[in-house]
Ligand binder design. Structure first.
Ligand SMILES: Cc1cc2nc3c(=O)[nH]c(=O)nc-3n(C[C@H](O)[C@H](O)[C@H](O)COP(=O)(O)OP(=O)(O)OC[C@H]3O[C@@H](n4cnc5c(N)ncnc54)[C@H](O)[C@@H]3O)c2cc1C
Length: 453
């Protein structure tokens, strides 16, 4: 039986990160069943042909060039006493250290009709190919996307831009509810409507009606969305309502699993010696509140994996939790959020906020576009808790600055003293900066309570 220093179950970003760091130094094996690991983030853009479908497939060399073995198989069970794994194709491997990076699977709500033909999720190579095939062959004319989070919004726009009549449903009253507070979502909503999407917000999907094939979606608002067309073509429903950790093969074993995934400590160690877990399959906490949080993102999976790999080389890093930084694009708007929204922060803090609006370049420049920020802070300590940005230009860099501020426990006083850069094509006038404007705005509100900063 082949023995690995480090055996990784999974082939997603978490597994690849570890293989890349350790592959030439240790004997590493990566076990994954798919033909390709995917660039998930680009999948909606393959549907609308912004990128070729094949470009979303990572080549095997991403693992093999690191020096690691790529084993195309699926782990059926792990014997934690013997330190071996058994695959579905009856292969056995022994390990010194095991990393579980089995990721997540899309959640499907247990409603009537969920198993009908025409009901999809959007994660795997097969999901992408099926949806793409359906769109390209023009067999379908209507689509309903359930879930107005980032994946749902990006996919709904992609289907809409591919010529389908597309409906976007969410039980939240506004779009991107985990990213934006309601007043910051207004523009995004208008952008989606302008693009042609039909929004059904504040509506829960109650059931899917049909005869083995999805024909109608019934919402708890009493509304019905008909998927069939005059020529009797069938539409599709895609659920993008969150991910669940993929941990089924460990159920009933002595591996401890919590509500949101495999339980790990700050070094990504599970309760079993020499067994680690990283990425979407692991349960993690908010770096701000210390409470369990959702946030199954590659930008969270990769840092967990990197710190584990570095620790396996002798470092002593600790994972301090997820800070919730994320970005998306809705039509011509770039949108990002980090930390806690005002709604989320209110549950734990006495919150103070400020909105500011400037332009993406000097306002006198030809391509100046509006850019808006909302900053959320704790009134008592003035610690920065979160921010949201909506802009005509990419926002990820702005979001990342605020994430770093939150991670570094900076206050709005620190942020008001932020030393920034300015250039006509790249920022507002030197006279102001969005982060500084929001921070000063919060300090002005606090000063009106007779405190002077
Ligand atoms: C459409 C879409 C868009 C996204 N956009 C973004 C974005 O813009 N930004 C961002 O940060 N994140 C984004 N994400 C989320 C991101 O893709 C995930 O957080 C990330 O892939 C998690 O990485 P992972 O390695 O933990 O797990 P996964 O990528 O889920 O990989 C898990 C791997 O484990 C394998 N596996 C599972 N069980 C077994 C088994 N028994 N044996 C062997 N192998 C097994 C799977 O087959 C898979 O290869 C997006 C996700 C989707 C679906």
């Amino acid at each position: 039986m082949k023995t690995y220093d480090v055996l990784i179950i999974g082939g997603g970003p978490a597994a690849i990160t570890i293989a890349k760091i350790l592959g030439k130094i240790k004997k590493v094996g990566v076990i994954r069943p798919e033909n390709y690991s995917m660039i998930y983030c680009a999948m909606p853009y393959a549907i609308e042909k912004v990128v070729a479908l094949e470009k979303t497939f990572k080549q095997d060399s991403i693992v093999t060039e690191s020096g690691a073995d790529l084993i195309r198989d699926k782990v059926a069970s792990v014997d934690f006493e013997a330190k071996t794994v058994l695959t579905e194709q009856d292969q056995s491997f022994a390990y010194d250290k095991l990393v579980i990076a089995t990721g997540s699977v899309p959640f499907l709500p247990p409603i009537e009709g969920i198993d009908f033909e025409g009901v999809f999720v959007f994660k795997s190579e097969d999901d992408l190919k099926c949806l793409n095939e359906a769109v390209r062959t023009k067999k379908i004319k209507k689509a309903v996307v359930v879930g107005a989070g980032a994946i749902g919004v990006e996919l709904a726009l992609a289907l809409n831009n591919s010529g389908l009549e597309c409906h976007l449903v969410d039980m939240a009253k506004t779009v991107l509810p985990n990213l934006l507070d309601p007043e910051m979502a207004v523009e995004a909503e208008a952008e989606l409507k302008n693009a042609g999407l039909k929004l059904h917000l504040g509506s829960k999907t109650e059931k899917i009606v049909g005869n083995l094939q999805a024909e109608k979606i019934i919402l708890d608002s009493g509304e019905t969305i008909d998927l069939t067309d005059a020529d009797n073509s069938h539409g599709i429903v895609v659920f993008a309502v969150g991910m669940r950790p993929k941990v089924r093969i460990f159920e009933g074993s002595r591996l401890e699993i919590g509500k949101l995934g495999i339980i790990v400590n700050s070094k990504m160690q599970t309760n079993i010696p020499d067994v680690y877990s990283v990425g979407d399959c692991a349960q993690f906490i908010s770096g701000i509140t210390g409470e369990l949080t959702e946030g199954k993102l590659a930008t969270n999976a990769v840092p967990m994996a990197r710190l584990l790999a570095k620790n396996m080389l002798g470092a002593n890093r600790e994972y301090s939790g997820f800070f919730n930084g994320a970005a998306t694009k809705a039509g011509n708007l770039f949108i990002g959020g980090t930390g806690l929204s005002e709604e989320a922060a209110k549950k734990k803090y006495d919150v103070i906020t400020c909105h500011s609006e400037l332009t993406t370049t000097f306002p006198i420049m030809p391509e100046a576009k509006p850019v808006k920020m909302k900053l959320v802070a704790d009134r008592k300590t003035l610690r920065v808790l979160g921010a949201q940005v909506v802009s005509g230009n990419p926002v990820a860099d702005k979001i990342d600055i605020i994430t770093l501020a939150i991670q570094s426990k900076l206050t709005v006083v620190d942020m008001a003293n932020f030393s920034y850069s300015a250039q006509p094509y790249q920022s507002f006038f030197p006279a102001n900066n969005l982060i500084v404007a929001c921070s000063e705005g919060i300090l002005d509100k606090v000063n009106s309570d007779n405190l002077v900063y």
